[in-house]
Design a binder for this molecule. Structure first.
Ligand code: GTP
Ligand code: MG
Length: 195
């Protein structure tokens, strides 16, 4: 995918700040530190446009990025980060829940899980909840560079089983370090938006 423009638009704290131009939106969800912002930077070919950090909990708002004037990526705060205060957690929860259940522009979500680990309870709950309310999900296993290629299948098998993916459900392997999976994910996005 050739990137002709990639722009940070807004860190939204609520619906009043969401864009109003009706472009399709794709939300990135997953545990803190799983690599959502890094994946976005790789997809957009813009190092550092989405802020990344070794410290989990970096992203705390819905961060909108417009790509090629054709879609928005919405970078979500990570879930499952214990150190944030309860009240902040509650606020995030509400904002995310209402975005996911009400936002008409949302076309599907990309749910990230770390290829090295079995999905957490939060991962499973998130996947099930999205399925329940009817939001299509593409699962991406991140940090593919952290394990040998020969072990990918073994790890993705566990992820598939625990999330109860059907054989036809998409699971892609990604690495923000090597660019592994970038072309496949763009192909998947285009297919879902335009076919
Ligand atoms: P929050 O904003 O806290 O929810 O985290 P996030 O999911 O946006 O994670 P982020 O992209 O900030 O990445 C967290 C850490 O993992 C950073 O140190 C990244 O450099 C590292 N990381 C992310 N993706 C990869 C990857 O594919 N491979 C490797 N080796 N490291 C990665
Ligand atoms: Mg982030």
């Amino acid at each position: 995918m050739k990137i002709t423009s990639a722009e940070f638009i807004i860190s939204a704290v609520g619906p009043a700040q969401y864009p109003t131009d009706g472009l399709p939106e794709i939300a990135l969800v997953g545990r803190s530190n799983v690599g959502k912002s890094s994946l976005l930077n790789k997809m957009m070919n813009r190092k550092g446009l989405a802020r990344t950090s070794q410290k989990p909990g970096k992203t705390q708002t819905l961060n909108y990025f417009q790509v090629n004037k054709m879609l928005y990526f919405v970078d979500f705060p990570g879930y499952g980060y214990a150190k944030v205060s309860k009240s902040i957690k509650g606020q995030w929860g509400k904002m995310i829940e209402s975005y996911l259940s009400k936002r008409e522009e949302l076309r599907f979500i990309i749910q990230l899980v770390d290829i090295r680990h079995a999905p957490s309870k939060d991962d499973i709950a998130m996947y099930e909840w999205c399925k329940e309310i009817g939001i299509p999900t593409v699962v991406v296993a991140t940090k593919g560079d952290k394990i040998a290629r020969g072990r990918w299948l073994q790890h993705t098998k566990i992820i598939r089983e625990q999330l109860k993916l059907r054989p036809t459900d998409t699971l892609l392997i990604f690495s923000s370090e090597t660019g592994q999976g970038r072309d496949e994910l763009w192909a998947e996005i285009k297919r879902r938006l335009y076919e």
